[in-house]
Design a binder for this molecule. Structure first.
Ligand code: GLN
Length: 495
């Protein structure tokens, strides 16, 4: 296997600048790895010609002295991002054949920085899921396996293809999106780093909407430093997204000093869930020790409304989704059902939506329309909005009390087997998000850092939650954790 595809963004940047390697060589190495990795189901649309054109342009820019650290870096892009002229299906049959006429703001900024698109990455349909099993393309597979077992494991979801591709070194990094944990959970399941920025840090324009008040794009990378480099290129105010914040984008990499002396790290007692595996407890305690050893003060905190976070999320997210997904009607985008003699427009909508949406998406549309319906709006949707405000207030109070960042587990378990949850109640699957959804409900930045392995050798991650707009400070604590944990394991290659 080519060593080039294993490079971090920071390493590649330095070697590109030194003239040790070209963007074209890096791109060719990634394209070759992608061709050998169909068994991972990560790339669902490949764009080799575009990649090589972009690489040639990046090489010219680098020779001309280009300074942007993303220049010449080959990336995978989650299928949720609209990319001009390239299939962008949100892993749904209803968007079959959809090639946008426009490019999302985040990817536009990445290409302006000189980054290279290798193709589109698998995900759960419309980003609804925690295992990448709701995709119209079929499952993405985790490159990691339990010991010597051959059981295929989930890479997590919804950004499962992104996680699998980065962990298997098919690309240097990938974009993800996170509505309730879809960057952080797959990152934890695959031993990579995933950052969900503060709500409003990255433009949502041109990203297929799931739940607009929760959705954020972010980087999925091989290191904390790479997350800092890539976030800078993705972030920034965009007049086309009214919720994108008009505040400056700092140099996040410069914030990584490795010095966290005197910082206060909160450990929320409500995240100590009943029945939590001992391995996760230990990982969490070890993480706290690492930060303490680096000079931070570890304090116990309380986030009392945590227990309502999952039910709140699973009212608000489906409510917004049901409204956002109303646009897929067989008229404007993608798939339209074949109609029978005498069918009118109502049958056209019904048949198209019944064929185009998978079971999980249909479930969410039904839950969403129910909680928004006239008779139940106050009982469910409005109540959930009130609880959401209380969840946010818990965090505000912790930060006002002097906490700089909060440490929690990223997931309640390591990666599980594909199909293992098939017969379970959907709520079992929703429990995956127990540590991550609070962060979306409160609009905060959160990062998952790989810090250990379980008894079968699967990666486990810890989550750090930061103050709004303080991604730099958050990344600095995350770097300390990465350095102390020294997680360098890679999956054994079987694909
Ligand atoms: N797993 C969560 C869900 O199914 C989160 C998904 C996401 O963050 N996009 O809604």
């Amino acid at each position: 296997m080519s060593e080039l595809t294993k490079l971090t963004i920071a390493e590649a940047r330095d070697r590109l600048r030194a003239g040790d390697v070209t963007a074209t060589e890096l791109t060719e190495a990634c394209l070759a790895e992608i061709e050998k990795a169909d068994a991972l189901g990560a790339f669902v649309h490949k764009t080799p010609e575009l990649a090589l054109q972009q690489a040639a342009a990046a090489d010219a820019r680098i020779q001309g002295g280009a300074e942007n650290p993303m220049c010449g870096i080959p990336l995978g892009i989650k299928d949720l991002f609209c990319t001009q002229g390239v299939p962008s299906q949100a892993a749904s049959n209803i968007l079959e054949g959809f090639k946008p006429e426009y490019e999302s703001t985040v990817t536009t900024q990445l290409w302006q920085a000189g980054a290279i698109m290798l193709g589109k990455l698998n995900m759960d349909e419309f980003a609804m899921g925690s295992s990448n099993e709701t995709s119209c393309y079929g499952n993405a597979v985790n490159p990691w396996r339990r010991g010597n077992e051959e059981t295929a494991l989930t890479p997590g979801g919804s950004s499962g293809g992104s996680a699998s591709a980065v962990a298997a070194d098919l690309c240097l990094a990938a974009t993800g999106t996170d509505t309730g944990g879809s960057i952080r959970q797959p990152a934890a399941f695959t031993g990579i780093t995933g950052l969900k920025p503060t709500y409003g840090r990255c433009s949502r324009w041109g990203i297929v909407a799931f739940a607009s008040s929760l959705d954020q794009a972010g980087p999925m990378t091989k290191s904390v430093r790479d997350a800092a480099i890539m976030l800078r290129a993705m972030a920034g105010h965009d007049p086309k997204d009214s919720t994108s914040a008009d505040i400056p984008v700092p140099d996040f990499e410069a914030a990584i000093t490795g010095d966290i002396r005197g910082k206060t790290i909160g450990i929320p007692k409500e995240y100590r869930m009943e029945g939590m595996p001992a391995e996760i407890e230990k990982l969490w305690a070890d993480g706290a020790d690492m930060l303490r050893d680096a000079g931070a003060k570890i304090v116990d905190i309380s986030l009392p409304h945590t227990k309502y976070a999952l039910p709140t999320y699973y009212v608000i997210a489906p409510a917004e989704a049901s409204s956002n997904l109303a646009r897929y009607d067989g008229v404007r985008f993608g798939h339209r059902a074949k109609l029978a003699q005498g069918d009118g427009i109502t049958e056209m909508y019904e048949k198209t939506r019944a064929e185009g949406f998978g079971a999980e998406v249909q479930r969410r549309v039904m839950v969403g329309t129910y909680v928004l319906s006239a008779g139940f709006y106050d009982a469910y949707y409005n109540r959930a909005r009130k609880v959401r405000a209380l969840i946010k207030r818990d965090f505000d109070e912790a930060f006002a009390g002097g906490v700089d960042a909060i440490l929690t587990p990223a997931t309640p378990s390591a990666a599980f087997g594909l199909g293992e949850m098939a017969d379970a109640d959907p709520v079992q699957m929703y429990l995956n998000d127990v540590f991550t959804v609070t962060v979306n409900l409160a609009g905060l930045p959160g990062i998952s850092v790989p810090t250990g392995v379980d008894s079968s050798g699967l990666p486990l991650g810890l989550q750090l939650i930061g103050q709004p707009w303080e991604e730099g400070a958050l990344l600095n604590v995350a770097q300390t954790l990465e350095d102390a944990a020294g997680f360098v394991a890679k999956p054994a290659r079987w694909w």
